[in-house]
Design a protein around this ligand. Structure first.
Ligand code: SAH
Length: 379
């Protein structure tokens, strides 16, 4: 316990987080209903809007860079008034400032993206091992993070700003360029930089864009939002029309320990978090994934393992153990492989299903908690 007692014990400040300003004329990231509204205002109809939407999201990066007007040129029957407005509209994705492919695992690619205002954030692409031709994308929702979990590199530099919905959903458009023809990004997890529910409006819009068949067409249950326990955000997410999957960073089974490992716990303690999750609408056959980072000597005792089953009783829960990926200067140690397996077995004995996650891409700092923008200046 001593090694984490020095951590700042103030509860996180949770005023509005600084937002990126979505350009008035940016089309990417607009939920379909808002997009249709915009096209209507410009003199087009719903059918025109849907055709334009499909063209925008099916185009590749080079085609999109040619401009919205050029993209629309191939769509017959667009009214002149609408065509005239297209000149002012944009569909811009962040530029790739750096691209790293894991030498140990060529199916893992990390991209450092940079927006026009210089904000940088990372997106990580993984080839699925079990489903041929399918990839998963781990997206960032904020440039930085203000949750200050002491074991995570992203939180070190604090929050620069929220990403816009265009920047969140746009990560798929950029990453898609890495995927061979005939293969596709089938899963999107918001487990990159940032706390998705601390950037709620943009995250909710991005979910719609990711899911809509006119836009990116990712199945709702293949989109997963991971949160460190932002209760108001969870309540809002529960009312969102797209039933996405949920992952919750649990990491401890008592408030005393969780207060230190996940500072947001001081604002939304375990009892309140778990009560909120019990009310969360889950589709039949679905469960909530509880992530549990394993830190040697901190949260890996037999008692910690035994507490998890009773704590999660009444929830359709799966515990996912993530052995700690070392972050320089954080002062934690990873468990041994045998220690992690042993812990997982004890969690299972406590009455809850468990999986042990093997992190991919540690050689390029692409594993959980290793994403950061500060040191990732373009080469
Ligand atoms: N803010 C969200 C999503 C971002 S992190 C959340 O907290 O859920 C995705 C997962 O990686 C979280 O479970 C996070 O706690 C975990 N993680 C962070 N740093 C890590 C590290 N150094 N080693 C292993 N997992 C880490």
């Amino acid at each position: 316990m001593s090694r984490i007692s020095a951590i700042d014990s103030r509860p996180p400040v949770l005023g509005p987080s600084p937002s990126g300003t979505p350009e008035g004329c940016e089309l990417l990231g607009l939920p379909p209903a808002a997009f249709i509204e915009r096209v209507r205002d410009a003199g087009g109809g719903e059918l025109h809007a849907r055709k334009l939407l499909r063209r925008l999201y099916r185009a590749n990066e080079a085609e999109r860079r040619a401009g919205v007007e050029t993209l629309a040129a191939g769509i017959p029957g667009l009214p002149n008034r609408l065509l005239a407005r297209l000149r002012d509209w944009r569909a811009e994705t962040p530029r790739v400032a750096r691209r790293q492919v894991s030498a140990a695992d060529p199916g893992t690619v990390k991209l450092l993206l940079e927006s026009a205002d210089g904000a940088t954030f990372e997106t990580v692409l993984f080839r699925n091992r079990r489903a041929a031709g399918r990839w998963s994308l781990c997206v960032s929702t904020q440039a930085g993070c203000r949750m200050a979990c002491p074991f995570c590199a992203t939180g070190r530099a604090g929050l620069k700003r929220n990403l816009t919905a265009a920047e969140i959903a746009g990560q798929l458009l950029v990453a898609r360029e890495e995927v061979p023809a005939g293969e596709r990004i089938a899963n999107v997890v918001a487990m990159g930089m940032g706390e998705p529910l601390d950037n709620l409006p943009a995250t909710l819009d991005a979910i719609e864009v990711l899911n809509s068949s006119d836009c990116l067409g990712v199945a709702a249950d293949r989109i997963v939002i991971s949160t460190c326990g932002h209760v108001p955000g969870l309540e809002r997410l529960a009312r969102h029309p797209v039933p996405v999957g949920l992952a919750v960073s649990l990491h401890a089974s008592t408030d005393a320990l969780r207060d230190r490992l996940v500072p947001l716990n001081r604002r939304y303690p375990l009892a309140r978090l778990l009560a909120t999750l019990k009310r969360h609408p889950l589709k039949t056959g679905k469960w909530i994934c509880f992530e549990y980072i394993l830190l040697k000597g901190v949260n890996d005792s037999d008692r910690d393992a035994a507490a998890l089953g009773p704590l999660l009783e009444g929830l359709r829960a799966l515990v996912q153990i993530i052995p700690y990926n070392p972050i320089e200067g954080a002062g934690f140690e990873p468990p041994t492989a045998a220690g992690a397996r042993e812990f997982a077995a004890r969690v299972r004995d406590s009455g809850v299903p468990v999986a042990l996650r093997r992190s991919r891409g540690p050689d390029i700092d692409a594993a959980c908690g290793q994403l950061r923008a500060a040191d990732s200046a373009p080469d």
